[in-house]
Design a protein around this ligand. Structure first.
Ligand code: SF4
Length: 337
């Protein structure tokens, strides 16, 4: 076990973890809400440092990031655990600690080994993903610093619940994030997700202010966040607070975990969400988890020319010319285009 970063010692050997917005006060012998940070005799430890429960080479499009080195590969890692309790989690088998033994599962790997694996497999970046990477911050931080020394990029795929302190510390090494904006109702965040909405909104604004490349994903779930009024609220927040250039990924829900009885999102609802985004002026909108080629392509927001053609997670054609539309010359938002 490794001593945690970003915590404060309190009286009676209690500690306050300042890594995510839960800011857990943890008594000796106890763990925080994420269950992977434990107070042992007044010292906070991370229990997941150096152990990956998932490790894959993915197209960066799978994160999803569509405007960040399109067509490149991301060496993707996760440890067990999460600070959210989403009833609809699609990765619940590795994110929700149903058993203490889960902390012992997975493969051991030092940050040096992760970076070396990423280089050997010709990945452009390392993605901290699948579960919530904030809860393995120390591991990702050490890996990210080495990755930058090796010329690799770092990607966080996150629920956006990290604190400003964490972002300030990590930002020199973070190159891109995809943040889930899972709903726009405080009640949904509290009842179905086990968190609060406002810290996520604050994080999104902070990332944008920091100038780190940002894309946003919203999983649209029937009966939970598919009301057009709520979708408009999500879209208006992106448009006014983050900017029209921020790509928005609308993701299709499939029955999972505690919501196995809820039907998959209808294609009509996904199209409605897209239309609402277009009406608000968002320039780059994608629909994920469906087999629809036209909804995955990147088009020039000015002239409609197809810039990147995708099939599944593969880029089959990239016509962007040094960051610009080859047809009308419009600058296309993104990094490594
Ligand atoms: S990371 Fe968040 S959930 Fe985990 S102990 Fe720290 S404040 Fe609590």
């Amino acid at each position: 076990m490794k001593e945690a970063l970003l915590y404060k010692k309190l009286d009676r050997k209690r500690v306050r973890c300042n890594l995510c917005a839960h800011r857990c006060v943890i008594h000796p012998g106890k763990a925080g809400i994420c269950l992977v940070r434990k107070n042992i005799d007044g010292i906070l430890y991370t229990e997941v440092y150096g152990r990956t429960i998932a490790r894959h080479i993915d197209p960066v499009e799978k994160k999803p990031l569509y405007h960040f080195y399109p067509g490149s590969k991301a060496f993707s890692i996760a440890t067990p655990g999460c600070n959210f309790r989403c009833h609809f989690c699609q990765n619940w088998d590795i994110s929700q600690l149903t058993d203490k033994d889960m902390l012992e599962t997975g493969q051991k790997a030092t940050p040096e080994q992760i970076v070396s694996n990423a280089e050997q497999t010709r990945c452009k970046s390392i993605a901290y993903t699948y579960t919530e990477p904030t809860i393995f911050f120390e591991y990702s931080y050490d890996t990210a610093r080495l990755a930058h020394e090796a010329g690799l990029k770092n990607i966080y795929v996150s629920n956006g619940y990290m604190t400003y302190e964490m972002l300030d510390m990590f930002s020199p090494y973070l190159d891109a994030l995809n943040i889930d904006l899972k709903a726009f109702r405080e009640s949904t965040y509290r009842k179905i997700i086990g968190a609060r909405l406002q810290p996520v909104l604050d994080t999104l604004k902070k990332i944008k202010q920091m100038g780190i490349w940002l894309e946003v994903t919203s999983l649209i779930i029937p009966g939970i966040n598919d009301d057009p009024v709520e979708i408009k609220d999500i879209v208006n927040f992106i448009a006014t607070e983050l900017g029209l250039d921020v790509p928005w990924h609308i993701s299709r829900f499939f029955p999972a975990y505690k919501m196995s009885e809820v039907p998959a999102t209808s294609l009509r609802t996904l199209q409605l969400a897209k239309d609402i985004g277009i009406e608000a002026g968002l320039k780059y909108i994608y629909i994920g988890n469906v087999i629809s080629e036209k909804d995955m392509d990147t088009k020039c927001p000015q002239c409609g020319h197809i810039l990147i053609r995708r099939r599944g997670f593969s880029v089959i054609e990239n016509n962007i010319n040094d960051g610009h539309c080859p047809n009308c010359g419009t600058k296309i938002a993104g990094v490594g285009l």
